[in-house]
Design a binder for this molecule. Structure first.
Ligand code: GLU
Length: 421
């Protein structure tokens, strides 16, 4: 079926949903209501560039469902972002929030741009104008933005400032992932990576895998990948033997110095030329033998052609949608070799701490970092336990269990509220 969302990532999210709908026996009239986004907004974002010309960027926001509270989700600045990709990410946010028990529907937004090619001034003008175009559609009780790929604390501060300037007073609860100085929370920046590491530890415990001295491979070295790499090495004594970013892939069998790599990317903008590591073809990264494999970049990277060659004990999906449905079928047959921590569970730490930040902003009552981390782990523990229990009891893959729990909660809210009018 052709529609405005047609795109491989949206197709992946729909294919996953259809499997769940069959498994849960969802009636045909409810399927489309649950799958298609409630609202999609596309805006033109005109920005004056430093050379004096004006360029119009395309901006999107998709609000997937409104049945359980406001919508919540990040904003992605990337050259490849499309309405269909944003719609898929919004749908995943819905199941992710429901699985974690957060009172939100899913949303996601994006601007088609390459933030690394914009000057700081251009980036600020783009961020402010995108947010200004979105003002009629968002609000602290309607839709709350947060960070995603290509956006950061500074951009969240500009979003918050632009919204507040229109209201005439400060509205910190309109975005999460803000700097601490303007009402952000302790631990948001580290939250996604920290959650991934926590769940890897839990999975390792379940399958009796000793992490100390083990090996890990991390795809993507942004806010999530670098923090996971740090947690696996410094906290768990693992060796990160290969990492990658947009510039390429880099390996060292004796272990990459993660802190030095973080410092290097800060100074050079990417991992290109990283000392103490050898560059190799990025498409070999995911099939390197290792104990823990962490895709922390983009969607669709593990597919029907490479899934059988993946050689890890734990696949920790820090990215959204890294594994296709074809690859999932292969992993289901290999369930005794590979323990999959599905994305909507694995990377939920980010939105969980975003929820904590929204609560703190609404109440103007702030928590200490230990309280944030403690509560984060408690929510993750509960979700992890529920997924493992359902998977064991019904002999279904972890992803089906995780999605089923999320979809069921949304469906219950939908049907209990009834159809309007
Ligand atoms: N971008 C994050 C995700 O994909 C969450 C954004 C937020 O905190 O709202 O889960």
């Amino acid at each position: 079926m052709q529609h405005i969302y047609s795109n491989p990532t949206f197709q992946l999210a729909c294919d996953q949903f259809k499997l769940i709908a069959d498994y849960l026996n969802i009636s045909p009239d409810l399927r489309d209501r649950l799958m298609f986004p409630k609202r999609s907004i596309t805006v033109a974002v005109p920005v004056r560039l430093d050379n004096g010309t004006v360029r119009v960027f395309e901006g999107y926001r998709v609000q997937h469902h409104l049945s359980m509270g406001p919508t919540k989700g990040g904003t992605r600045f990337s050259p490849s972002v499309t309405l269909g990709e944003v719609a898929a990410l919004a749908m995943w946010m819905s199941w992710k929030c429901a699985l974690a028990g957060l009172p939100y529907g899913g949303a996601k937004g994006g601007v088609q741009c390459d933030p690394r090619r914009l000057s700081p001034g251009e980036l600020e003008r783009l961020s402010r104008r995108y947010l200004a175009e979105m003002i009629p559609f968002i609000g602290p009780h309607t839709d709350i933005m947060g960070p995603d790929m290509g956006t950061n604390e500074q951009i969240m501060a500009w979003f918050m400032d632009t919204y507040s300037a229109r209201q005439g007073y400060t509205v910190p609860e309109i975005v999460t992932g803000k700097p601490l100085s303007v009402g952000g929370t302790y631990g948001r920046r580290e939250s996604t990576g920290r959650g991934v590491v926590y769940l890897i530890e839990r999975a390792a415990h379940l399958i009796n895998l000793k992490l100390v001295g083990g090996t890990a491979v991390v795809q993507g070295f942004g806010n999530v990948g670098s923090i996971v790499a740090r947690g696996l090495t410094h906290k768990n004594g693992m060796k990160v033997i290969a990492i990658s970013d947009v510039s390429g892939a880099y390996r060292n069998e004796d272990g990459i110095d993660v802190r030095a790599a973080e410092q290097y990317t800060k100074e050079h903008g990417s991992l290109e030329g990283l000392p103490g590591a050898e560059s190799f073809p990025p498409d070999e990264l995911l099939t390197i033998p290792c104990d823990v494999l962490v895709p922390a970049a983009i969607s669709g990277v593990i597919h029907g052609k490479n899934a059988a060659k993946v050689q890890c004990r734990i696949l920790a999906e820090a990215a959204n949608g890294p594994t296709t449905v074809e690859a999932d079928k292969i992993f289901f047959e290999r369930w005794q070799d590979v323990f999959v921590i599905p994305d909507i569970l694995c990377n939920a730490g980010g939105v969980i701490v975003s929820y904590f930040e929204w609560v703190q902003s609404l109440q103007s009552f702030f928590w200490r970092e230990t309280e944030v981390v403690d509560r984060l782990f408690r929510v993750l523990e509960q979700s992890f336990g529920a997924v493992i229990k359902r998977s064991k009891e019904q002999k279904i893959p972890h992803r089906i269990a995780a999605l089923a729990i999320g979809v069921e909660k949304v469906m219950r809210a939908r049907t209990q509220r009834g159809l309007f009018p």
